[in-house]
Design a protein around this ligand. Structure first.
Ligand code: MD3
Ligand code: FE
Length: 202
């Protein structure tokens, strides 16, 4: 059983879960994913373009546009999402469950200046399943709030190879990424940060 290195408000952190060699290898798999399902710039239902670019792998992908936030079986370009890479599924089996695989692996790309405001993840049918997240590339300043809007927050830097698990009460906690630290990792040749988020959708 892998033990968390740190827990913040019920969010379990596994710092350095993936070693540098495994990160490089996974990056190759992600290049295949992005070749089959190119990153796109999502627009919120309110009409604002997000600074994070996204794509997905798995049975479902997460999308947003003027029609709302939701999961879809196809990429906005019309094709099916590629399969979730095996090393990502192995991480899920180790830290969450061998009973079932996640339905969606959301791929978020943060270039310099990209951020993600405080939000809850609540587009899924069953909050009983944890969410798992992996950080790759430049460090990102992660902000953790509460299960309701407002109140005090805590922040922690997420580094390349770090994994977070959000289950139980923490599943519906408000969270976001304030900024990334350009040049803090050599994993991505042109810099930036990638976050993978694994979820059971239906
Ligand atoms: C806490 N992504 O895609 S990962 C997202 O780094 C998202 O790209 C951020 O928030 C990123 O929705 C944060 C950490 C994370 C992911 C899901 C959570 C924290 C969470 C769900 C519930 C609580
Ligand atoms: Fe989120």
């Amino acid at each position: 059983m892998t033990q968390p290195t740190l827990s913040i408000r019920g969010i379990d952190m596994f710092q350095g879960y993936l070693d540098p060699q495994a990160q490089v290898s996974l990056l190759d798999d992600l290049r295949d994913v992005i070749r089959q399902a190119p990153l796109f710039s999502p627009v919120t239902p309110g009409g604002r373009q997000m600074s994070v670019r996204m794509t997905s792998a798995g049975r479902y992908g997460w999308v947003t546009d003027s029609r709302g936030y939701r999961y879809e079986r196809r990429h906005p370009d019309g094709g099916e999402w590629p399969p979730i890479p095996d090393p990502v599924l192995a991480m899920w089996s180790d830290l969450v469950s061998t009973e079932r695989d996640p339905d969606c692996c959301l791929v978020n790309f943060y270039g310099e200046g990209a951020r993600m405001g405080l939000h809850q993840d609540r587009d899924e049918a069953d909050f009983g399943w944890p969410v798992l997240s992996l950080s790759l590339g430049d460090e990102g300043l992660f902000r953790v709030g509460n299960t309701t809007r407002g109140g005090k927050t805590e922040s922690v830097w997420l580094r390349s190879g770090d994994v977070l698990r959000m289950g139980g009460e923490a599943r519906l906690i408000y969270h976001g990424i304030d900024r990334i630290k350009p040049g803090s990792s050599t994993l991505l040749p042109r810099g930036g940060r990638i976050n993978l988020t694994l979820r059971v959708v239906d």
